[in-house]
Design a protein around this ligand. Structure first.
Ligand SMILES: Cc1ncc(C[n+]2csc(CCOP(=O)(O)OP(=O)(O)O)c2C)c(N)n1
Ligand code: SF4
Length: 351
């Protein structure tokens, strides 16, 4: 993983969170991505979200596959655990980490190529199992690292930098995730930190699988006028369907949703995501209507953003499988093996 270590310049005036950590403590190495790449803005939002959530660095696992986007974990929370896995295989690595240590905050960052092409099957099964993780797709419509081929999220008619036109219909990760039963589905834009940070915080606090699709323009291969994943296109057709505020449990929650058409959704730790609907009738708890709403908007070429679907309180992978409470490393040794007699019994059953 290529990164340059950041010089440590101490600034005692930086505000500290309840753990005594500053924002700098949530940063990682210097980015080696192209200047202006949307992925770097998402890194900045991740740093802010992690600092504000007071995440304990050694209790966080950052996971990714392969691609420019999958380099992101090197650029934030350098004190956390990090696995840059194989192309498209991050969900199974995350499943192993999450199954072995249920106390870990699993944070996946990947690309549209990594997630929707080679890794599509893995992603679908992680959602189906309601693995407790936040999964961010840094969606630029191309394979950035391998120099700009169309990915599975490129729109029909979208043109590559060299002029060829994409003819394959795209996979929309948001519609797909809602249809697959994912319990938290949101979309945002790398250039909208105000919307992205609360969505990231809610995704991390959601128990179960949280998918966050973030439009993240590739300035080198896909930021020209024929691209529907460029900064100009996204800014023009950007359509927030919902505004989201994240309210941690310690705050006076009531004042945050006193006015207007607001819908507070309580997450398992008592924090809330307060949703203000921009679109009349949009309800992020109505799966079928949300899919119809998104498909109509897609026909108009709109990029709809916000929390698209949420179903809190569902059983996650541990609840469904009745796993032991606590991480495996804290289990008494005797409970981790069957003992000599138990092993003989087991062998007898296979004879
Ligand atoms: C098994 C395998 N196939 C192909 C590659 C080559 N490869 C590396 S990154 C990548 C695409 C990454 O695209 P995306 O996930 O969209 O990320 P981006 O670089 O655009 O952020 C490909 C095809 C690989 N590393 N491994
Ligand atoms: S090639 Fe594209 S995706 Fe990769 S770092 Fe450069 S701008 Fe970002």
């Amino acid at each position: 993983m290529s990164f340059i270590r950041k010089p440590t310049v101490a600034n005692s005036r930086l505000p500290k969170n309840a753990l005594g950590l500053t924002r700098r403590d949530y940063e990682g190495g210097m980015s080696t991505l192209c200047a202006g790449c949307g992925h770097d803005s998402i890194t900045a939002a991740l740093v802010q979200a992690a600092w504000e959530l007071e995440l304990v660095p050694h209790q966080v696992a950052k996971l990714s596959g392969i691609g420019c986007s999958s380099k992101t974990p090197a650029y934030f929370m350098s004190q956390a655990h990090g696995v840059n896995s194989v192309h498209g295989r991050m969900p199974s690595v995350a499943t192993g980490a999450g199954a072995a240590n249920r106390d870990l905050v699993c944070l996946g960052v990947s690309g549209d190529g990594d997630s929707l092409s080679i890794g599509f099957g893995q992603l679908a099964h992680a959602m189906r199992r309601n693995l407790n993780m936040a999964y961010v797709i840094e969606n630029n419509g191309v394979y950035g690292l391998t120099k700009g081929q169309f990915s599975a999220s490129a729109d029909v008619g979208s043109r590559a930098k060299r002029g060829e036109t994409n003819v394959q219909p795209p996979i929309d990760p948001v519609v797909t995730a809602i249809a697959l039963g994912c319990t938290f589905v949101a979309r945002s834009f790398s250039g909208d930190k105000q919307q992205l940070v609360p969505l990231l915080k809610a995704a991390i606090r959601h128990r179960g699988f949280a998918l966050l699709d973030v439009l993240s323009p590739c300035v080198t291969f896909n930021d020209h006028e024929d691209s529907t994943k460029s900064y100009a296109y996204t800014r023009r057709y950007y359509h927030p369907a919902i505004h989201a505020d994240f309210v941690p449990p310690a705050q006076d929650i009531k004042t945050a949703y006193d006015h207007g058409e607001a819908m507070p959704v309580e997450l398992h730790d008592g924090s809330r995501i307060v949703l203000r609907k921009v679109d009349e009738g949009f309800d992020p708890s109505d799966r079928a209507r949300t899919i119809g709403f998104l498909q109509d908007a897609a026909k108009r070429g709109e990029v709809v953003t916000g929390l698209m679907y949420i179903q809190p309180g569902q059983d996650d992978l541990h609840d469904v499988n009745h796993t032991v409470p606590g991480p495996l490393h804290s289990q008494p040794y005797a409970g981790l093996h069957p003992g000599a007699d138990g092993l003989k019994d087991l062998q007898r059953r296979y004879r």
